[in-house]
Write a protein that binds this ligand. Structure first.
Ligand code: ADP
Ligand code: MG
Length: 234
């Protein structure tokens, strides 16, 4: 059931074919409201395909996906996706890019979201002058501005340098903790999966090969130590 904690997600016998290619061969998953789940697996194993199905951007060949017990039907207003590339509109300033994500169009909500990712001072900047990490933070603000109850993250940090990646991991973790949306993170970085997620799912040959709970205490606490270290070093 839905709570203010996030959406629950039920994936039942989902298959996906592209012509002769059978990418997903029967995926069954139950994801609880507020869980932080990482999906790992080799390149080409179908991680992005699964995320696109959940996002309602594509339909399964067979099986069904339920969000709070309702079969999904196209794009769900409480689900947002963050991709590897920020996909900002170059002809709109930062704040206007974030505003695209706000359901009511409120500029105040856009400002708050930009504040949450620490970029309030770049509201009037053009996307082209931002670093890769800053662009991803703007994309994250745009996603959060929609007040999602399920955030889908498709290798969002894959293109960033190691230090920026750790900072972004901390930011995502903090926002998830505060806002309590359900998170589904696709990554091929197993360390990232272990750092951030409560639960790790591995896809292999179109099926769930592994479904692990990360025991407490979680390694994510290490990130805060790292950030203290970084303050001293940089
Ligand atoms: P991953 O994200 O795990 O790297 P993808 O889900 O992107 O993998 O792709 C899984 C497989 O499906 C790949 O072999 C890819 O080439 C194929 N594929 C993905 N999307 C399409 C599509 N729209 N049409 C045809 N083949 C596709
Ligand atoms: Mg992918």
């Amino acid at each position: 059931m839905s709570t203010d904690k996030g959406l629950d997600l039920s994936i039942r016998s989902v298959t996906k074919h592209f012509g002769q290619l059978q990418v997903l061969k029967g995926i069954d998953l139950e994801i609880e409201p507020g869980e932080f789940v990482a999906i790992v697996g080799r390149s080409g194993c179908g991680k992005s395909t699964l995320l696109r199905l959940i996002a309602g951007l594509e339909e399964p060949t067979d099986g069904e996906i339920l969000i709070d017990n309702q079969k999904i039907n196209g794009v769900h207003k409480e689900i947002r996706v963050l991709f590897q590339d920020a996909r900002l509109l170059p002809w709109k300033k930062v704040l206007d890019n974030v505003r695209i994500g706000v359901r009511s169009g409120s500029i105040e909500i856009a400002r708050e979201a930009l504040q949450e990712v620490g970029l309030a001072d770049r509201a009037e900047a053009w996307p082209s002058v931002l670093s890769g990490g800053q662009k991803q933070r703007v994309a994250l603000a745009r996603a959060l501005a929609g007040k999602p109850k399920l955030l889908l993250l498709d290798e969002p940090l894959g293109a960033l340098d190691a230090l920026t990646r750790i900072k972004m991991q901390s930011l995502i973790e903090k926002l998830w903790r505060e806002q309590k949306f359900t998170s589904l993170l696709v990554t091929h970085d197993v360390t990232e999966a272990v750092t951030l997620a409560d639960r790790i799912i591995m896809i292999e040959e179109g099926r769930v090969a592994l479904d692990l709970r990360v025991p407490l205490p979680r390694p994510r606490e290490r990130n805060s130590h790292f950030l203290q270290l970084e303050k001293v070093i940089l």
